[in-house]
Design a binder for this molecule. Structure first.
Ligand SMILES: Nc1ncnc2c1ncn2[C@@H]1O[C@H](COP(=O)(O)OP(=O)(O)OP(=O)(O)O)[C@@H](O)[C@H]1O
Length: 303
């Protein structure tokens, strides 16, 4: 394995199940220290992408490389820790026994007590794995993914079932991992998490990469400003519709709501029309709205 190679490199990777193209010509590389969120609607191909990355599924075409070698080589060398969505936990063993097993199997293991503490499961170390709540089981899966010193941590919807406090603690731990130079890749349906945690966001749709950038870039790309104001008197919709950089216009009574790709230019032109907007507000789109706008535009193209 090359030392300087990308952590993850997908080159024109495709995987189909019958007629369904789960992953369709995906090219992508990830680098050390990045925290990367993988977003996409149901069925977009997120889990398949992670399975290909981990060598759990084979691509129909294209290549998947981890650290310049095959996924299997990287996993055998202990360079990858993974927490998958559905992975069943062994029954009839305690949390501590299971974590100890994961540590024993890792080429560069951490101390069991440290792994338990980091995952916040020291208190339930003696409990049988099949008696855990959903959120506790997620934390145990996280402990298994971080049982040793791995360079890449892969997480498929890691915080599903966790309460707010566990979620915050989880992401604080993940940030420490990224600060220590590890690459963290996670699939999620929680867009606010991606916005808060990831320094790179990938949007998958029908197995293809629709967007790749920081959360701010993705919001900007979606036409990321909302402008709202009130106007007195009759509203001349055609002249508002002709404002520069406008993507949507909604007039409701005396209130006008606009989405614009350049709020400065739009507002400047608004005053240029001789209008006096009151209660003017300019706000960014959230990542969630940007995500909906980007994927909806793609759906519209497909029709
Ligand atoms: N083993 C399989 N056999 C047949 N089709 C499959 C199989 N696994 C996945 N698919 C299909 O491939 C597509 C991508 O599925 P995948 O699970 O990768 O998406 P996802 O983005 O992870 O979805 P979700 O957000 O719902 O978890 C979907 O249309 C799914 O129905």
């Amino acid at each position: 394995m090359e030392k300087t190679a990308a952590v993850v490199a997908f080159d024109q990777v495709s995987k189909a199940y019958g007629d369904v193209r789960a992953v369709d010509g995906l090219t992508l590389s990830l680098h050390p220290g990045q925290t990367v969120a993988l977003l996409g609607p149901n069925g977009a191909g997120k889990s398949t992408t992670l399975d290909l990355l981990l060598g759990l599924k084979q691509a129909d075409s294209g290549t998947v490389r981890l650290f310049g070698g095959t996924p299997r080589e990287a996993i055998v060398a202990g360079r990858v820790g993974a927490m998958l969505q559905s992975g069943g936990l062994m029954n009839e063993v305690t949390v501590e026994e299971l974590v100890r097993l994961a540590c024993d199997l890792h080429p560069r293991p951490y101390r069991v007590s440290d792994v338990l503490a980091r995952a916040g499961i020291t208190q339930i170390a003696d409990r049988k794995v099949d008696k855990l709540s959903g959120g506790q089981a997620q934390r145990v899966r996280f402990a298994l993914a971080t049982a040793g010193d791995s360079d890449l941590i892969v997480l498929d919807e890691p915080t599903t079932g966790m309460d707010v406090t566990s979620r915050q603690a989880f992401w604080a731990t993940m940030r420490e991992q990224a600060d220590a130079g590890r690459t963290v890749l996670f699939a999620t349906h929680y867009l606010e998490e991606a916005d808060a945690v990831a320094d790179r966001v990938l949007v998958l749709h029908r197995g293809r990469l629709l967007a790749d950038g920081t959360a701010a870039e993705i919001k900007a790309r979606a036409g990321a400003r909302r402008i709202s104001f009130d106007l007195e008197g009759e509203i001349d919709e055609p002249s508002l519709r002709a404002l520069p950089c406008l993507t949507t216009l909604d007039v409701s009574g005396s209130t006008v709501r606009i989405q614009s790709t350049d709020a400065d230019a739009t507002v400047h032109a608004l005053y240029g029309l001789g209008l006096y907007p009151r209660n003017l507000e300019v706000a960014g789109l959230g990542l969630e709205q940007a995500f909906v706008a980007i994927t909806a535009a793609e759906e519209a193209k497909a029709l």
